[in-house]
Design a binder for this molecule. Structure first.
Ligand code: NAD
Length: 256
């Protein structure tokens, strides 16, 4: 369904980003990967699906590196048809104890990077009159949780950016939507489970039960594969007139 399209997924060496890259590749999209850590394993997983795969290691906190990544996608793949803004980090502390440097990093990586990739991808999408911008926000784009001020502020910002981008392109073939997952078991969340186990003196299984029980009524993690299939749906013709939504995949978290 997506043969001939190119998808750039930020933060796709791990977790949700990799899950979305794999789902889009299964539909035939060529993939530009981005992110830190081991690149060879995720690259091999996507290549095994028979699509062209590129990689750019831009640091999403650095606008000049984001510009270089978008120029790379233009030069190697002729532009970006599906942009998935997924890279993100977390830091947990009360507002009064929040390290200023962590605040700046969370806002830069989780929010400002999506502005930069979007502003750079839009002219090509508009010229081709087709594009999909999928912002991986969070339930924290819709509701708050204690000790996550920077993350919640950034994700609410992403939902706002999504709406404005959707409106500005509403008469074109370019759509922009946000995906709002609840808990997904990735390295980002495993760190929070481990911290909880240590703080509460319980094993990881019990810490997991407590984590889910507090917020996610399904008591199940959402999976990267489920989010990947939602990205495929939004990229399909059925998504032509889905514009500016923030779509929860949260086991009922925000229904409460
Ligand atoms: P993860 O830690 O598994 O993956 C994050 C990815 O971003 C990695 O590829 C990492 O290398 C990359 N990354 C981090 N900093 C970067 C930087 N400065 N420049 C470029 N790449 C960078 O995390 P995840 O759980 O898969 O999270 C992905 C997205 O999903 C994030 O935006 C996160 O906020 C969001 N999210 C996660 C959950 C969850 O429960 N895991 C829930 C809701 C939303």
């Amino acid at each position: 369904m997506l043969a001939g399209k190119t998808a750039l997924v930020t933060g796709s060496t791990s977790g949700i980003g990799l899950g979305i890259a794999l789902s889009l590749a299964r539909q035939g999209a060529n993939i530009v990967l981005n992110g830190f850590g081991d690149v060879q394993a995720p690259r091999a997983q996507v290549e095994a699906l028979g699509v062209q795969v590129g990689y750019h290691g831009a640091d999403m906190s650095k606008p000049a590196e984001i510009e270089a990544m978008m120029a790379y996608a233009q030069a190697e793949f002729g532009g970006v048809d599906i942009l998935v803004n997924n890279a993100g980090i977390q830091h947990v502390a009360t507002v009064e104890d929040f390290p200023v440097e962590r605040w700046d990093a969370v806002i830069a990586i989780n929010l400002s990077s999506a502005f930069h990739t979007t502003r750079l991808a839009l002219p090509g999408m508009q010229a081709r009159n087709w594009g999909r911008i999928i912002n991986v926000a969070s339930v924290h784009g819709l509701v708050g949780s204690a000790q996550k001020s920077a993350y919640v502020a950034a994700k609410h910002g992403v939902v706002g950016l999504t709406k404005v981008t959707a409106l500005e392109n509403a008469t074109t073939g370019v759509t922009c939507n946000a995906i709002c997952p609840g808990w997904v078991l990735t390295p980002l969340v495993q760190k929070q489970v481990d911290a909880r186990a240590a703080a509460e003196g319980v094993d990881v299984a019990e810490a997991t039960r407590r984590l889910l029980g507090e917020k996610q009524p399904s008591l199940q993690f959402t999976t990267p594969e489920e989010l990947g299939e939602l990205a495929v749906f939004l990229s399909s013709p059925a998504g032509n007139n889905i514009r500016g939504v923030a779509w929860n995949v949260d086991g009922g978290w925000t229904a409460q």
